[in-house]
Design a protein around this ligand. Sequence first.
Ligand code: KE4
Length: 424
Amino acid sequence: MNTKRSKELFEKSLEKIPGGVNSPVRAFRSVGRTPLFIHHAAGSRITDVDGNTFIDYVCSWGPGILGHAHPQVIRAVQEACSRGLTYGAPTENELILAEMICEAMPSVEKVRLVSSGTEAVMSAIRTARGYTGRDYIIKFKGNYHGHSDGLLVKAGSAALTTAVPDSSGVPASYTENTLVALYNDKESVQELMEKYGEKVAAIIVEPVAANMGVVLPENGFLKFLREITKEYGALLIFDEVITGFRLGYGGAQEYFGIHPDMTTMGKIVGGGMPMAAYGGRKEIMDMVSPVGPVYQAGTLSGNPIATTAGIETLKILKAHPEYYREIDEKAAKIAAALEKRGEITGIPVTVNRVGSLLCAFFTDRHVGDYDSATSSDLQAYAAYFGHMLEGGIYVAPSQYEAMFVSAAHSDEDIERTCQVILER
Ligand code: KE4
């Protein structure tokens, strides 16, 4: 594969941009290759600057549920651009999108639009603390909620109770109110709540973990979190930046039938443009400025172009509920091929999947938590990534990400993908 131009651009980018990329996972470091610089994308395909075209299962890390450059979305965005890019004033679009979100997720009675998932989560946590008057937050090892200081933590040496910064530049004082439990481990949550419960503002969880690879909630884990937060007067925050509008039009809360107190969204809700949101019950969201004392603001929040892309994307998804069944069925075929690959190559593969969200782990263990997820053979993953890329299939350049199937992936795409998966 000719990657001459990508290599040239990467070398030059390294001089001006940290790691040559504007988000670390794009650097292909864990798969040991030069990142591909993308020139354009349409439907299920993405084409790099050397003219190599791939069937894309990164889908920009989730937003691309309709595929790239959906004509209806592009037309609407182009028309919106002709009326100006940003006004710094309220627009009807923001009301339309807010109404669509609240209709899709009834647990969300009011919503604030922001520009990234990180901003949505950071603001939701501040609101939860403001509403409850409490300081502690519980998160889960292996869950990622963006890069706000208080969430860049790992379980401290004292097992699960203390969090220590997982990034330099974060003062220890910024993470002392963050507690870390284990995903799918009710006892680890019980232990923290018995010790800190009256001071816990919220438990934040990825209802399907998709940042340690894909790990599904098991044995009523989400129901347990719903109950224990109610018991202690803490809020339950579902971080649906990935699962929102992905597992169904109503997200994970509809899929699993568990209603959180607050929800964060991103990716799909912005249709691929920089837009995210946080919302919840009226009395919680009325804590947010200018109504309440929790300050939060943003120059480009609810941007007219981003809301246009989001509205058109949600309109299409709402009008085509069959897309969710179709992408589920397509993802199931890929999952089956990945499991069969394990039999062919003798390298064990465990596939986790929910709907169109899936991930292959190179381990013979069931993957139901952080420890089993990190038991995957990263060299085997890197080899799999290279094999798929050479076969014209673009999957996540990291074991700890997800594979996304879009409505634009054709039956032929799926067939070709399975064929490459099953090649030695
Ligand atoms: P952003 O700030 O990247 O828009 O969203 C942060 C975020 C919050 N919550 C969840 C559950 C997320 O998955 C993310 C971001 N997801 C990663 C991919 N796993 C974004 C890709 C990247 O970091 O480049």
